[in-house]
Design a binder for this molecule. Sequence first.
Ligand code: F6R
Length: 592
Amino acid sequence: MCGIVGCILKEKKDVAPILFECIKNLEYRGYDSIGLATYDNAIHVKKGKGDIRKVDREQNFSNMKGFYGIAHTRWASTGKPTHENAHPHLDDSNTVAVVHNGTLENYLEIREDLIEEGHEFISTTDTEVIPHLIKKFMDEGLDLEGAVRKCTKKLEGSYAIVAMSKDEPNKLVATRKDSPLIVAFGKDGYFVASDTPAVLDYAREVIRPKEGEIAILTKDGIEIHDKNGKKVRKTPQHIDWSPEMAKKEGFDHFMIKEITEQSLAVKHTLGQKANIKRIIKEIGDVKRICFVACGTSYHASITGKYLIESLAGIACDVVIASESKYTARTWDEDTLVIFISQSGETFDSLMALKEANKTSNTLAIVNVAGSAMTEEAKYFIQTQAGPEIGVAATKTYIAQLTAIYLFAGLMAGNDKIIEELSRVPKYIDEVMKEKDKIKEISKRYDFAENAFYLGRGFSYPIALEGALKLKEITYIHAEGYAAGELKHGPLALIDEKVPVIVIIPPGDDYKKTMVNLEEVKARGAIILTVCAKGDKKAADNSIDVIEINSEVTDIIAPLVYAVPLQLISYYVTCDKGYDPDKPRNLAKVITV
Ligand code: F6R
């Protein structure tokens, strides 16, 4: 996903090395090209396709002069990943430079109009219309701020933009709609970025401009103006994530570091109990709940549905954000719509949240404070996982589950579940002690081309999440199935070359899942079972077994049984020589 940074220093030192460091901190969002623009009597642009360090070797960014500038990592959406399409983009007189995150829906019409007026375009991006429009409006007599404002009135779609102009030097102007953007106050200068980790090394006092507001950065400070150009007063929020928290701390990959941090993520999120209690009280009576999310967060939501229906007896739906438009028509004032998101920026979830706000009470369970969904939702719970850099969600998933269990348990007045939750960190740590054994087991699965994950009841979403983790980082085709669905189709695919991972904790569904395990065994499948310690029957019917503390009931299983599945995916990925932190074609934050 695109990342943008802008910086203006208080003193006239070269800003390029700082911009380069900041943009490197956004690598985790995924990118295909990068670029910088600085101002020193003229606007200088250097950019290229590929890895940040490779482009730096080719371009030598540190040679760039000027005390302010902008930078960008691009994740192609409109126009292929090429040198020409990399940002920053300029107008055809090199007067205005722009970096942009988001997608413009009407850029083709704007581009045609501009071409008719004599503008020339170099790239095939949607972004390039922006510097052309800004230049045009400045030529008509507007200052940079006015030209940016007028330009955004023409744009349909989503954007976070930072612009600079040689006709109005020593200034950066930024604005946003449906794309994230923060401004930050540092000791040596002022920053604008698409995400806080970009600037953590330099600035910790952060403001998130609202949609339509314009941020103006000069060497003397940052001003935020509303739609009418009136100055708005805002108090910066202090971000206490240390830069070290965003580094690997000796682990080979962020993913394994983040898996290891899961028991802490649970402990910290349990600290939200009082806050969640207060929110439940404020929300009051709820007749119906609907969860909305994408990917891993969707799997956490399915667990939420099962919990709320079984513990609180409240009717509960769960819907994928990009498929929510029909369900959205049924939301009303008695519905609580709960949005689950690691980033708080996922475009489809954010759009559904805006829709839900029109009819219903909304609650966002999000990991990133100050993200768009935290501002949009009527209520907000922050999961306490800390920054997650690996693209595959691990600790944020477990933290989401923790918040959901707290919410459902407190809503239902079920003290037993709350008490069980407090033991989850211990159960997770026990699994982590077995990680060398799990690593050995994983070595026997890297040959696979297809794999199936089976679970029933609370173990069904664990199966879905196990399969997603495997496919997204190992590139092995994997399917998660409700074990009872097996005979309705997928059983035809099972043979002696197919690993089947069976999640079978003790509890109501145990016997039925055992029947499914025997069914796949009869077809010769290579069975890996995740079951309770001492479950002899499961062990006898499997090739490999991972044992979990037998106190872990089926209800609490998603928080613990998911962990060995994450480890298997991680170790298989390492065995295959892939990078688990940066799976191909995927990005951490999906803002388009
Ligand atoms: C998978 C993964 C994704 C995200 C999905 C939603 O490991 O991370 O499937 O869960 O893109 O993102 P958020 O939770 O940020 O809304």
